[in-house]
Design a protein around this ligand. Structure first.
Ligand code: UDH
Ligand code: NGS
Length: 285
């Protein structure tokens, strides 16, 4: 198993704090990228350090942000995500690391459990204060959509092209969400028992409400995001048990989540643009 690159969390304490709103941010032209490669992205982003880490050189970022991406067999989407997101996050003067959490087995996909594993793994790596849980196929279309935590858990994908930049329903909490560390602990993370597509994000919304928090959302103009269209993946068929599970969300809150997370890390590899965490999360049986 590759070790994490040892990166000190100490930074020059004499650096000024970065401004609340970074300069020169605005709309971005986002489309699927075909004519790039990881070596090209690496050469276009010379300041990224091993494991997909970066922080501003001339000021101290106000938050330390881990970006967690659940993953299996989506190399092309990951390339597009990395192509846009490293420049995006650097322009936002973020102190961040990217964690791609890959489900090893061919068994039914469990997005939520991968998110929990990403949280647990990134937390051991650096003293992150903010966790952004992002699908690999969602790219923000405006630099002013700050990839940071706010007072409450934040639903960042509230203006997606697929839904004509509107919310399909009020409580939707999918795609990209941001949690301060203490809030993610308070909700006991995601549930681990959602195997297959759908519902785990709705359940997380219920957890937020159950612990007395609210959901923040960015302004819908600024939050415009592109969702790369694709077919449903094999092994991620609709979960027929979602609705009964969500109905019992409050009951399971303290038993099911970070507190009951079990998994086996297969490898942690420090790639140039991200940290790849390959994990055996079981098969739900
Ligand atoms: N993911 C993978 N591999 C998989 C399944 C899911 O990496 O095999 C990850 C990936 O980060 C993805 C996220 O989990 O962005 C969410 O899964 P999804 O993209 O399948 O979910 P979404 O709701 O699409 O975006 C569902 C399929 C809709 C098919 C509609 C056909 N027009
Ligand atoms: C709901 C799902 C959510 C999902 C949302 C949007 O129906 O998990 O659709 O999906 N809830 C259940 O299945 C219970 S989307 O159209 O973006 O693929 O996030």
């Amino acid at each position: 198993m590759n070790k994490f690159p040892q990166l000190s969390s100490d930074q020059d304490k004499n650096l000024p704090e970065c401004p609340e709103i970074p300069p020169d941010l605005g709309p971005l032209d986002i489309r699927v990228v075909y004519n790039t490669s990881l070596p090209m992205i690496i050469s276009q982003n010379p300041n990224i350090r091993p494991g997909g880490r970066s922080r501003p050189q001339h000021c101290m970022a106000q938050q330390k942000v881990a970006i967690i991406i659940p993953f299996r067999n989506r190399e092309a989407h990951l390339k597009t995500w990395l192509y846009y997101m490293h420049p995006f996050l650097q322009r936002q003067q973020a102190d961040y690391g990217v964690y791609v959490v890959e489900q090893m087995e061919d068994t039914v996909f469990n997005r939520a459990k991968l998110m929990n594993v990403g949280y647990a793994t990134a937390s051991k790596d650096y003293d992150y204060s903010c966790f952004i849980f992002s699908d690999v196929d969602i790219i923000p279309m405006d630099g002013r959509n700050l990839y940071r935590c706010s007072t409450n858990p934040r639903h960042m994908a509230n203006s997606v092209d697929k839904f004509n930049f509107k919310l399909p329903y009020n409580d939707i909490f999918g795609g990209v969400v941001a949690f301060k560390k203490e809030h993610f602990i308070k909700v006991n993370g995601f549930s681990n028992v959602f195997w297959g597509w759908g519902g785990e994000d709705d359940e997380l919304f219920q957890r937020v409400v159950a612990v007395g928090l609210k959901v923040d959302r960015p302004d819908q103009t600024i939050a415009r995001s592109r969702m790369i269209s694709h077919k449903r993946d094999p092994g991620n068929e609709r979960n027929g048990k979602s609705f009964p599970l969500i109905r019992k969300a409050y009951k399971r809150l303290h038993q099911d989540g970070l507190s009951s997370l079990n998994y086996t890390i297969i490898s942690i590899t420090s790639h140039k643009l991200y940290t790849k965490v390959t994990v055996d999360i079981g098969d739900g049986e």
